[in-house]
Ligand binder design. Structure first.
Ligand code: PXG
Length: 441
């Protein structure tokens, strides 16, 4: 099935080179397990689990049935001043999985909404406690926190930000990113170099004064800018500094949440306890949009003042806690926990590490990074043409039976947790063939 150029005209596609795409369309028509079927009938292995959101693979029978049943039973329920039972149970379940039973969970519909919600909670929390001067937010270079105005502001990707500076709140600052190829290229897991970069937060505290700072937000592993793994001791140090100065620490776990590192949340993997955790994507296996924020109980309690009939937090979305998303999330958690898939991700991680690092020395490759069940292969850009070598690998990969994702000149890999050892090895061998096939310049 091919669509005519006219048929492709109307959809202005997100984060896509629309003109190039419409001249070279690539269409997916079906998905099953770890594979997509393209419009021309080719089957391709899903190297990034959708966009980090389908660890169970596609069309998981438990999730499919749960959504089908739910749409017949309760297709929509308002959630302002009324609720439906399964959403309460889901919130408790997520908190328990995170080892944070006392936490509260605020449901939203995407990672971007989760981030903006977490930032609003942080600012409102300080105000509720009488520290209304704490409004400054600190993000990090190279961070991706979605496309909401809060997430853009704390984000650190210039191309995403530059058009919209007039819309961003003032009072934002950024920590340096932690990627230094000179000091960490080809590291397996966490680099030993770079813990000292957390001390930059002390510098920002000295500059702005702690009394003006509400929160620091970081992705424990920076995902969409190419799997940048935190240096050993770095997240721990950020936690210490935040605690010392009464600053909230937010982990944006939209990518790392629900098992990617082989533990339910990266906070557990690193043994660091942030005050708030955002999640999205894998919570419903990508089947129905959902996101959320885990909020520690003391933060929630700070809002619970005023008369009991008064709304405590003026925030929410029509689709917060949507019944279909809740059903998909319960079924996804049933599969993740019942089928031991988080443990499986942990068990596959060393294999992915070994296989991915086996690409060292292949053409174009200037770095390989990995942690949990994710890895990245960074390629030397063609002179003056950023992104073009990765685009060529991406296109070549489709004919080698792989759907890879690239950002800049980094190939990101995050296979589904249901992958077999054989599939992961084949994915890397196919990628090796692509690297060899793509011309040098
Ligand atoms: N925070 C983080 C850490 C993310 O990675 C978002 C927020 C925004 O989520 P929504 O649901 O609003 O898109 C993200 C999204 C990639 C890739 O190729 C990564 C994302 C989205 C699409 C592609 O790595 N991350």
């Amino acid at each position: 099935m091919a669509l005519s150029p006219e048929a492709l005209q109307s959809w202005w596609m997100p984060f896509t080179a629309n003109r190039y795409f419409k001249a070279h369309p690539r269409l997916i028509v079906e998905a099953q397990g770890a594979y997509y079927t393209l419009a021309d009938g080719r089957r391709v292995f899903d190297c990034l689990s959708g966009m980090w959101c389908t660890p169970l693979g596609h069309a998981h029978p438990g999730v499919v049935q749960a959504v089908q049943r739910q749409v017949q039973k309760l297709d929509f329920s308002p959630t302002f001043q009324i609720g439906h039972p399964d959403a309460f149970e889901l919130a408790a379940r997520i908190a328990a999985l995170a080892g944070r039973e006392q936490d509260r969970v605020f449901f939203v519909n995407s990672g971007s909404e989760a981030v903006d919600t977490a930032l609003k909670v942080a600012i409102a929390y300080h105000r509720a406690r009488g520290e209304a001067t704490r409004t400054r937010l600190i993000g990090r270079e190279r961070a991706y926190h979605g496309v909401g105005l809060g997430g853009l502001s704390v984000g650190g990707i210039g191309a995403n930000r530059k058009m919209f500076t007039s819309l961003m709140p003032s009072g934002i600052d950024h920590l340096p990113h932690t990627y230094s190829p000179r000091d960490m290229a080809f590291t397996r897991g966490q680099p030993d170099w770079g813990k000292h970069l957390a001390d930059e937060l002390e510098r920002l505290v000295a500059l702005h004064d702690a009394s003006t700072i509400a929160a620091v937000i970081v992705e424990p592993v920076q995902g969409s800018t190419g799997v940048i793994v935190p240096p050993r001791g770095y997240l721990e140090r950020l936690r210490e500094i935040c605690t010392r100065h009464g600053i909230l620490l937010i982990f944006d776990e939209v990518i790392t949440g629900l098992g990617r590192l082989g533990r339910p949340f990266a906070a557990q993997y690193f043994g660091v306890r942030p005050d708030l955790i955002t999640f999205a994507k894998a919570i419903t296996n990508g089947v129905v949009p959902m996101g959320g924020v885990l909020v520690s109980a003391d933060i929630y309690e700070a809002f619970m003042t005023g008369p009991p009939h008064a709304i405590e937090f003026f925030h929410g979305h029509t689709y917060s806690g949507h019944p279909l998303a809740v059903a998909a999330a319960h079924a996804s958690l049933d599969a993740l926990t019942g089928e031991g898939l988080i443990e499986r991700a942990a068990a596959l991680a060393p294999l992915l590490e070994r296989a991915a690092h086996g690409l060292r020395g292949e053409p174009h490759v200037i770095d390989i990074r990995n942690i949990g069940l994710t890895a990245a292969v960074e390629l030397a850009p063609y002179t003056g043409q950023p992104g073009v070598v990765a685009l060529q690998v991406f296109e070549r990969a489709l004919s080698e039976g792989l759907l890879v994702r690239y950002a800049g000149d980094v190939i990101e890999l995050a296979p589904p947790f249901i992958s077999t050892e054989q599939q992961i090895e084949s994915m890397i061998e196919a990628l090796r063939r692509c690297l060899r096939a793509v011309p040098a310049a």
